[in-house]
Design a protein around this ligand. Structure first.
Ligand code: PMP
Length: 418
């Protein structure tokens, strides 16, 4: 007994209690967004019923309460990440927003011929901003390829790292195959050989690998993948990065003093947070972090691993199925394709049985192309998913594929189901 019970945990999520088409709704699209614990919803309501006022802008009671809640959220999350200083933590609108801000902040450091290193397995949000930055600064985008098994080609990574590398950006965990990158090893290699700035995309990693932050200059993630509101995210900057980077945005709340020609930016996090911040979002994120902290991290991760291991075993028995990164250790999600039907058709069919999973390119086209496919079905788990749900999901997948096989064999007129 690990002291963790998924059945009990699920009772704290109203949305998971529903049926669809008279069957229990099986939500396995958690990599896209995680459902919100009832405690987080209650906290948001409490904020608006009791505390709401704009931050830092007044001395009245509501402004004070909101400011306190917002800054407490910063402290709590910074502590959970293991940041040295709470001022390193900046609230953003999400991972994509954070990465775009980092691109603006680092643009002044790039000269023509410099290199920006990314990997082939990145989400478009950690790929397109760098591509755009490279184009606009005449830098070179160096893309580290993946191997057939879905893992990063580390040899290429070591080989292509050089004194020209000014920025290296990579994900902790793939949102398609669930394959991890050896982030600590990669970072220490970069630190030992270059002075490149390192960005780690923690959008998936933060959810399934605990709250520790790897050594990097920019660590970012989105609140909605942890059960908080959308529109809130975190960018945690190293002290070095904070010292050398100008903010990406300017405006209210960022300065001590302004004249008609000069500005004196605030120290710490606030200089990077122009405009009214998403304080309700930050409050929801702190509440979500506290919610998840109640559960033993290791037991939760083991539970998720068991779910994916069983699913992989079940899917391995279906001849037409190809599991991406088959046999590799997977964290958070598993993707597959079938030779009898496309991912979109499969998922449309799954939905009729209450199975909510995702089809498509998962915003990782270079990765899918490297694996020789254009779209895949992704099953992604959260701590509240149960083994019974995984068994039922496997059954729905098996039956659906059999159904499409029959259509292929007999032609579309012979089938009686659907
Ligand atoms: N990176 C990864 C690895 C992701 O999984 C996602 C979300 N699918 C993102 C970046 C982008 O996150 P957001 O859309 O919340 O900005």
């Amino acid at each position: 007994d690990t002291g963790f019970c998924a059945e009990k945990l699920r009772s704290e999520f109203a949305i998971l209690q529903q049926t669809y088409q008279e069957q229990p709704l099986i939500y396995l699209d958690n990599a896209a967004t995680m459902q919100m614990p009832d405690a987080v919803k209650r906290r948001i309501v409490q904020h608006y019923e009791r505390d709401n006022g704009n931050v830092h802008r007044g001395i009245h009671v509501l402004s004070t309460r909101t400011t306190e809640a917002y800054e407490n959220a910063r402290t709590l999350i910074a502590e959970q990440l293991g940041a040295k200083n709470r001022e390193q933590l900046i609230f953003t609108a999400g991972t994509t927003d954070a990465i775009n801000q980092v691109c603006s902040m680092t643009a002044p450091f790039l000269m023509p011929g410099d290199e920006i290193m990314v990997t082939q397995m990145e989400h478009h949000s950690n790929f397109l901003p760098w591509m755009q930055l490279a184009k606009q600064s005449q830098a070179k985008l160096v893309v580290i390829p993946v191997l057939e098994d879905g893992k990063l080609d580390l040899e290429q990574f070591y080989r292509k790292m050089s004194h020209r590398t000014k920025i290296a950006a990579f994900t902790q965990l793939s949102n398609v195959t669930g394959v991890k990158n050896p982030v600590e090893k990669m970072s220490s290699y970069i630190r030992n050989h270059t002075d490149a700035l390192i960005l780690v995309d923690g959008a998936q990693g933060i959810v399934h690998m605990g709250y520790g932050m790897p050594d990097c200059d920019f660590y970012c993630f989105s609140g909605h993948k942890l059960g908080a509101l959308t529109g809130i995210g975190v960018l945690c900057m190293s002290e070095r990065a904070q010292k050398i980077c100008r903010p990406a945005r300017f405006g209210g709340g960022t300065v001590y003093q302004v004249s008609e020609t000069e500005m004196l930016l605030k120290d710490g996090a606030e200089r990077f947070e122009a405009g009214t911040p998403n304080y309700a979002g930050a409050v929801s994120l702190a509440e979500a972090c506290m919610f998840w902290k109640q559960y033993p991290g290791r037991a939760v991760r083991e539970h998720e691993t068991r779910l994916l291991t069983v699913l992989e075993q079940e899917l391995c028995n279906i001849p037409s199925v190809r599991i991406l990164a088959k046999g590799q250790e997977k964290t958070g999600c598993l993707s597959f394709v079938s030779s009898v039907a496309g991912a979109y058709d499969l998922c449309t069919h799954f939905n009729r049985y209450g199975l909510a999973v995702r089809s498509g390119h998962h915003c990782a086209q270079p990765y899918l192309n490297a694996l020789g496919i254009q779209s895949a079905v992704r099953v992604s788990v959260a701590p509240y998913n149960t083994m019974a749900e995984i068994q039922r999901a496997a059954e729905i997948i098996r039956e659906t594929i059999t159904y499409f096989e029959r259509i292929l064999e007999n032609g579309p007129h012979e089938h009686g189901r659907g």
